[in-house]
Design a protein around this ligand. Structure first.
Ligand code: SF4
Ligand code: SF4
Ligand code: SF4
Length: 298
C-alpha cells in the first residue's frame, strides 16, 4: 500500500485557502530556502527533534537506541538522522520530554479518515483540504490517489506548492484541484538559486502551464527584507504575471516562528528580517495599481 511521511495534520486552519481547512503537511522538499519556517519539512524521512534546554544528559536515549543513532561525547548530545529508523524508543525513555519525532507514515486511507472527521466544518465554511509541505507535487502517486478520493467525496482541495516538480505531475492532478497556492520567491534565477538551492526555470514554466490550463492560482510571495523586497524585484514579478491568469496574491512577510525548530534540529539559525509595515504597504500598492486582488497575510 502506498505511503507518505507527514509531519503535521493541522485542523481548523484559516490561512491556507478558503474557509475552514485541514492542512496536511508532507515531508520532503527539493528546495532549501534560507527563510524556511518548517525546516523539519525538508528531509523526506522522519527525524528526531531535540530540545537541548530540557536535556539533562541522562543517557537513557543512547542506552535504548538499537541503531547507535544517538550518543554523547564531551557532554554534548549527537544524533544521526541517517541511522535513525524512527522507532521512537528514545522518546519513550526520555523522562524530560526533550525528544519528539517529526514524521509519521500514513496511507491514503489513513489521511482520508482524518479528513472525514472535519467534513462538517468544510460544509459550513466553504473550506476543504490543503496539501502542503515540504513539496507535495514531488510525491505525485500518493497525491493523485488522495485528491481523487477527496473529489469522489465532494471535498475541495488546495495544493500549496513551490512549483519545483515535473510538469507532468501538475497535468496529472490539475482537474481534481480547486486552487493552487503557488509560491513565487524571486524572478532572478541566480538569486533564486542562491537563496533556495535551485534556479526558478521549472517553477516559472509550471506557473505558465497552470495558467494555460485555467487553473485557479493564488500567488504567494514570501517577503524577506533585503532579499526580495526591492521595487525592481516586485516589478519583475508583476511584469511576468501580466499575461497569466492569477486569481489573487498573498504577501507573506517573514516571521521568526520557525527558529525554535532550527535549534531542535541543531541547524544554524537564519538571520533574516521581516519587511516593515510601511514597506509591505508599498508592495501591496504596487500590485493594487496593477489591478490585482492582494492582501498581506495568508
Ligand atoms: S519551498 Fe517551502 S518547504 Fe521547501 S524549503 Fe522552501 S520554504 Fe521550506
Ligand atoms: S533521554 Fe532525554 S534527557 Fe536523557 S540524554 Fe536523551 S534527550 Fe537528554
Ligand atoms: S527513534 Fe529509534 S533509532 Fe532513532 S534515535 Fe530514537 S531510538 Fe534511535
Amino acid at each position: 500500500m502506498r505511503k507518505a511521511v507527514l509531519f503535521n495534520i493541522q485542523k481548523f486552519s484559516v490561512h491556507d485557502g478558503p474557509g475552514i481547512r485541514t492542512t496536511i503537511f508532507f515531508k520532503g522538499c527539493p528546495l532549501a530556502c534560507q527563510w524556511c519556517h518548517n525546516p523539519e519539512s525538508q528531509s523526506y524521512q522522519a527525524e528526531i527533534l531535540i530540545d537541548r534546554d530540557r536535556c539533562t544528559q541522562c543517557g537513557e536515549c543512547e542506552k535504548h537506541c538499537s541503531q547507535q543513532a544517538v550518543w554523547q561525547k564531551n557532554h554534548q548530545l549527537f544524533y544521526d538522522a541517517e541511522k535513525c529508523n524512527a522507532c521512537e524508543m528514545c522518546i519513550d525513555y526520555c523522562c524530560n520530554n526533550a525528544r519528539e519525532i517529526a514524521g509519521k507514515e500514513y496511507t491514503v486511507q489513513d489521511v482520508m479518515q482524518e479528513i472525514h472527521k472535519d467534513k462538517p466544518f468544510y460544509e459550513q465554511s466553504g473550506g476543504g483540504v490543503t496539501l502542503s509541505g515540504g513539496e507535495v507535487m514531488i510525491q505525485i502517486d500518493f497525491i493523485e490517489e488522495l485528491v481523487k478520493a477527496c473529489k469522489e467525496q465532494g471535498i475541495t482541495v488546495a495544493i500549496d506548492t513551490c512549483g519545483y516538480a515535473p510538469s507532468d505531475n501538475f497535468l496529472r492532478i490539475i482537474k481534481y484541484v480547486d486552487v493552487f497556492l503557488y509560491d513565487i520567491k524571486l524572478m532572478d534565477s541566480g538569486e533564486h538559486e542562491h537563496y533556495t538551492g535551485r534556479d526558478n526555470a521549472l517553477i516559472l514554466e509550471n506557473l505558465k502551464l497552470l495558467s494555460n490550463h485555467d487553473a485557479v492560482i493564488q500567488l504567494r510571495l514570501p517577503l524577506i527584507e533585503g532579499i526580495n523586497t526591492k521595487n525592481e524585484q516586485i516589478q519583475d514579478i508583476i511584469d511576468f504575471i501580466a499575461d497569466l491568469n492569477i486569481h489573487s496574491i498573498n504577501l507573506l512577510p517573514y516571521h521568526h516562528m520557525g527558529q525554535g525548530k532550527y535549534k531542535k534540529l541543531n541547524c544554524p539559525l537564519p538571520v533574516l528580517e521581516r519587511p516593515t509595515d510601511l514597506r509591505l504597504e508599498e508592495i501591496r500598492s504596487m500590485f493594487k495599481q496593477a489591478n490585482y486582488k492582494v492582501q498581506i497575510g495568508g
